[in-house]
Design a protein around this ligand. Structure first.
Ligand SMILES: [Zn+2]
Length: 281
């Protein structure tokens, strides 16, 4: 079967991929994962993600942003460096950004400030936002609502919520990113119930690798490491839950991601090659 998928959330800069990153990318291609959006979570990983994307022009794109865990690091110099990264054509979205009150690695106040600042950046650079939310639904939707009309678009990455949270996100015209959380019959119950209600033109797929190894993947890799090449497994589960064919889910999610991240725009390779060999400034 010849399917073509896009993994919109791949943490390829993670240390666990340091030894075999090229093989991981090759395995993903063989499995039909034609593109990955490499997630940036702080300045270092956003820079590395942009460099990786520059080195693999038709296969990788990247995001640049500060995860709520790192919100305390957000200051004016960092803001400027993020804006510089976001000028690069391979850097297609702002994020991941948002709120995470589950562990509060950064104080909630710092999280809200860094989130609002990144929404402001997204409005300025006219790129969509890649959003992270955990245990902060109320504050998250309230802040987002303030900026929504100025944003070109947003995707709620790794959506794990209920039907009513889904409705709140759809009311904000967000796209919904579904991970292998959906393959967990116990933990993923809410999500499994919500997945059939995601409109076809709002659905995207992601592995969040190396995190969230699909629980029902057989055999389970000894490393317990998730890989972008497992995305077809997630896509098959999503298709089953929706009563659609794998081909239909592949076609709609690939179309949505291509439009959302503007992946069909020709890249200025002269610009992106600046990141391939050297530093990004
Ligand atoms: Zn996240």
């Amino acid at each position: 079967m010849n399917i073509s998928l896009i993994d919109i959330g791949s943490n390829l800069t993670h240390d666990s991929f340091a030894a075999d990153r090229d093989e991981v990318i090759a395995r993903a291609l063989e499995a039909g994962v034609r593109r990955q959006i490499v997630t940036g979570a702080d300045l270092a990983s956003s820079t590395q993600a942009a460099e990786l994307a520059a080195a693999h022009p038709l296969i990788l794109s990247s995001t640049a942003g500060v995860h709520p865990h790192h919100a305390q690091s957000f200051d004016t110099p960092l803001r400027e460096q993020l804006c510089n990264l976001l000028q690069l054509p391979q850097v297609v979205a702002v994020g991941e950004c948002g709120l995470d009150y589950f562990r509060n690695f950064s104080p909630p106040e710092a999280q809200r400030a860094a989130f609002a600042a990144q929404l402001e950046i997204a409005a300025e650079v006219r790129k969509p936002v890649f959003l992270h939310q955990r245990d902060a639904h109320g504050d998250f939707t309230a802040i987002l609502r303030d900026y929504r009309t100025r944003l070109t678009g947003g995707v709620a990455h790794c959506f794990t919520g209920s039907r009513s949270q889904l409705e709140d996100y759809l009311a904000l015209d967000l796209y919904i990113g579904v991970t292998g959380w959906v393959n967990d019959e116990r933990r993923g119950q809410d999500l499994r119930a919500a997945v059939p209600h995601i409109p076809s033109d709002k659905l995207m797929l992601e592995t969040d690798a190396p995190y969230l190894l699909p629980r029902d993947l057989a055999p389970q890799p000894k490393s317990r490491r998730n890989e972008p090449g497992y995305l077809p497994h997630i896509a098959r589960t999503v298709a089953q839950l929706r009563g659609e064919s794998l081909e239909a889910v592949a076609a709609s999610t690939t179309r949505n991601a291509t439009l959302f991240f503007r992946l069909d725009l020709p890249r200025q390779e002269s610009l992106s090659s600046a990141g391939a060999g050297g530093r990004l400034g």
